[in-house]
Write a new protein. Structure first.
Length: 483
């Protein structure tokens, strides 16, 4: 069984980009090479300005290579939620944006002839619980009132009986890494450069422009797009208190028959599915990261929830959740744009964000600017969720210090101190010891061992490190390798 995503395992990795090894001066710097950063880079393909994209690992190595890779506007009961908080007009605007994103990607794939296993599929929303029938009907009514054709169902195309559900047409699935790598390949030019293994560790404002420091060089830029999923720079903006991370495990199992549909249920436990070639991809057992430090238990729960015990791939993914269910896209400072908070729907939202960012940079009107504005006012939902969020942040910090899961490890890894510093030692199957400093460089939380993926994970803000301490994901800009 592999503990990387099926996308990471099935992509041709020939296109590698050099790391930055000189000081450069650009007009626009995009930080982060996931779906948001790469789509934004693509949007500026024909622009005459100098543009650079820097990615701290490899392109797509963050959340974008670990999703279930649906591109759909049917996103659980999002329209009911938005309708309740903001009213019908804004719920409709969100729907319109998602539809626009689907059209954008479908046009790009067609016009650029991008080979990324892009398929049209129906999206299903369903419930297995009779007490949720009304919720399904409400969502269906709202989606139908937007002019969308919705068809009720009693079972999914793979014959699973449901209590209630419906489907919509013309949504998509794709291979996210193939897509990202291809749109970058099509957008590279002398003035538009991409640098992998290049992390920005500090941003300094200098008059109307910025100095961005990597470990070895300086990038001067007039505008910055922060497309880095979890914005570590934003401690002054109290970002960790305004959003939280949700973690889920995904499994891929070989199946005899594959179908062209994707589906998600409206309740917890989550059971979201799609097919890729001969594999059924299932997402389940989602939880606020603060309460998701026991990976083994999460996968046990997934097996219990889904009755899937035989699988070829298992991996986890995180996404940034906002308190009012809307993404955060816009200026956080003069010439500094942030885009994140996609609430597990980052493919469509990352693509839509790229067009909003383009308009913002070009000082053009954009109809979605206000909806996603990062500085939007507090609303009832945010006020209710804010204290809960502060509590979960505090909980994860304290929990990480107590590290109650130690007992689950049966002595491997072992926690000890060397030269007064907290370290953890993991002995692999070959008996080799891997030592790391057991403190996240981001905000000093202790780490928990992810027994499923054999990584060290920060339960506070989602930084992840491999067995030898190299940061593979999340806001930490530093490794924790023991030297
Ligand atoms: C279980 C699960 C399933 C999901 N399934 C779907 C789905 O089916 N459909 C859907 O639409 N969405 C889905 N999502 C959501 C989706 O995966 C994310 O919203 C999306 O990938 C976020 O993209 P991004 O570009 O913002 O972030 P990322 O893909 O994480 O990209 C950010 C990049 O920035 C880089 N970076 C960070 N800091 C720095 C730095 N200092 N310097 C340089 N580079 C840096 C990182 O290495 C990373 O590559 C799912 C999420 C989860 C948790």
């Amino acid at each position: 069984m592999k503990n990387i995503s099926i996308w990471q395992d099935t992509v041709n990795d020939n296109n590698k980009y050099d790391e930055l090894n000189e000081n450069i001066d650009v007009d626009i710097l995009i930080i982060g090479g996931g779906i948001t950063g790469c789509s934004t880079f693509y949007q500026f393909k024909d622009d005459n300005r100098k543009i650079a994209l820097v990615e701290k690992n490899r392109l797509g190595s963050g959340s974008s290579s670990r999703s279930s890779a649906k591109i759909t506007f049917l996103q659980e009961d999002i329209y009911t939620k938005l309708n309740n908080i903001f009213g019908r007009e804004k719920a409709y605007l969100y729907y319109r944006g998602e539809k626009e994103a689907l059209k954008i990607i479908s046009d790009i794939v067609k016009n650029e002839k991008i080979d990324c296993d892009f398929k049209t599929s129906k999206s299903y929303l369903y419930t297995l619980d009779s007490s949720n029938i009304k919720k399904i009907e409400k969502e269906r009514d709202i989606v139908a009132s937007f002019g969308e054709k919705t068809t009720p169902i009693k079972k999914l195309p793979n014959n699973i009986k449901v209590e209630s559900g419906f489907y919509v047409n013309n949504t998509y699935t794709f291979h996210p890494l193939k897509y990202i790598k291809e749109i970058i390949r099509k957008s590279i030019s002398l003035n538009h450069r991409v640098y992998e293994n290049t992390k920005v560790i500090k941003i300094e404002k200098e008059g109307n422009s910025f100095k961005c420091y990597t470990e070895t060089n300086i990038i001067k830029t007039k505008k910055i797009v922060l497309a880095l999923h979890y914005p570590y720079f934003l401690l002054p903006y109290l970002m960790p208190l305004k959003c939280y991370l949700e973690k889920s495990f995904l499994v891929c199992s070989n199946v005899k028959k594959s179908y062209d549909f994707n589906a998600i249920n409206i309740e917890k436990p989550l059971k979201s599915i799609r097919y890729y070639n001969d594999y059924l991809l299932t997402v389940s057992s989602s939880a606020n990261l603060a309460f998701a430090s026991n990976s083994k238990k999460m996968v046990d729960d997934l097996e219990n929830n889904t009755n899937i015990t035989n699988y070829d791939y298992v991996w986890s993914n995180y996404d940034l959740m906002t308190l009012d269910h809307l993404p955060l896209i816009g200026y956080i400072d003069d010439n500094l744009i942030l885009s994140t908070g996609y609430n597990t729907w980052g493919n469509s939202n990352g693509i839509l964000a790229s067009t909003i960012i383009k308009d913002l940079i070009n000082n053009k009107y954009n109809i979605y600017k206000e909806l996603f504005d990062i500085r939007r006012a507090f609303n009832k939902q945010k006020l209710i969720n804010y204290p809960l969020n502060i509590f979960s942040n505090l909980y994860s910090f304290i929990d990480s210090k107590i590290n109650k899961n130690k007992s689950f490890y049966n002595g491997n890894p072992r926690f000890t101190r060397i030269d007064g510093k907290a370290v953890a030692i993991y002995k692999d199957e070959k008996g080799r010891e891997h030592i790391i400093y057991n403190k996240c460089p981001h905000l000093c939380c202790s780490l928990v061992f992810n027994e499923i993926e054999k990584t060290w994970d920060c339960p506070c803000h989602g930084s992840r490190f491999d067995l030898d301490g190299k940061c593979i994901m999340g806001p930490s800009n530093y490794d924790i390798s023991y030297k």
